[in-house]
Design a protein around this ligand. Structure first.
Ligand code: ATP
Length: 213
């Protein structure tokens, strides 16, 4: 796992020609958690997508390890958005095998079975992802984090759809990742426990400024 930091300086995103939120700055160090909060529509998902390389920041910058090389950051990070990325017509096991193969990760079927068990999906190994409940789909998507050895986790509302047990599991997973030197950037609304664990609390505030062309 790399031990580099992520520096976010005066970051702003736009939609329909308008800046969504006032500039955001913080440095995410190894072992740290940043929680991004804000009202519905304030731009949390848009910011996370930009940091995950799916779109561009409108202003400011995100620098990884003091370098502008975004591909290094992307290689070391794993993004989980609202669209979970499970393959509906593959089983739980096949989903993990697929993700392992495209990430050149070597893993045995037994290891994957243990991983699914940890995710609360024992007994669902051969069930199609399409036939899982919303919370089970989330658990399957989150179990990828355990399989891939990525330093930075970018998680958009990861607690949504999880039951109490699922929330405890995810919380413990994040805590362990931080202790191992990983870093986590996530969005959350009313998760008091995860807010208490956070090193950075970022609440997106509306931006007054218009984007000039
Ligand atoms: N695909 C899109 N095309 C155009 N505008 C969009 C699109 N997605 C979101 N927006 C707009 O961008 C703004 C920010 O949306 P975003 O999803 O980033 O907010 P959010 O803080 O994550 O909200 P929530 O808490 O509801 O998930 C909103 O005003 C929304 O209407």
């Amino acid at each position: 796992m790399t031990s580099a930091s992520l520096q976010i300086k005066n970051a702003q995103c736009q939609r329909s020609g308008e800046l969504l939120f006032a500039p955001v700055s913080f440095i995410l160090q190894p072992g740290q958690l940043a929680v991004i909060a804000g009202a519905n529509g304030s731009g949390k998902t848009t910011l996370l997508e930009a940091l995950a390389g799916l779109s561009l920041l409108r202003r400011g910058e995100a620098r990884f390890a003091q370098s502008a090389e975004q591909h290094v950051w992307l290689q070391n990070s794993h993004y989980l958005g609202h669209k979970l990325g499970n393959k509906a017509n593959l089983t739980c096991l096949e989903n993990l095998q697929f993700v392992a193969s495209i990430n050149a990760t070597s893993v045995t079927q037994h290891q994957l079975e243990l991983l699914l068990e940890e995710a609360g999906l024992a007994g669902y190994e051969y069930q199609f992802a399409n036939d899982l409940s919303a919370g089970q789909k989330k658990r399957l998507a989150l179990s990828r984090l355990l399989m891939l050895n990525k330093t930075f986790w970018l998680l958009d509302e990861p607690f949504v759809n999880l039951d109490h047990g699922g929330c405890d599991w995810l919380y413990a997973m994040i805590e362990r990742h931080l202790k191992q030197g990983g870093a986590v950037l996530l969005t959350a609304h009313d998760q008091k426990k995860i807010h208490a664990l956070a090193d950075h609390h970022i609440t997106l505030q509306p931006s007054a400024a218009e984007v000039s062309s």
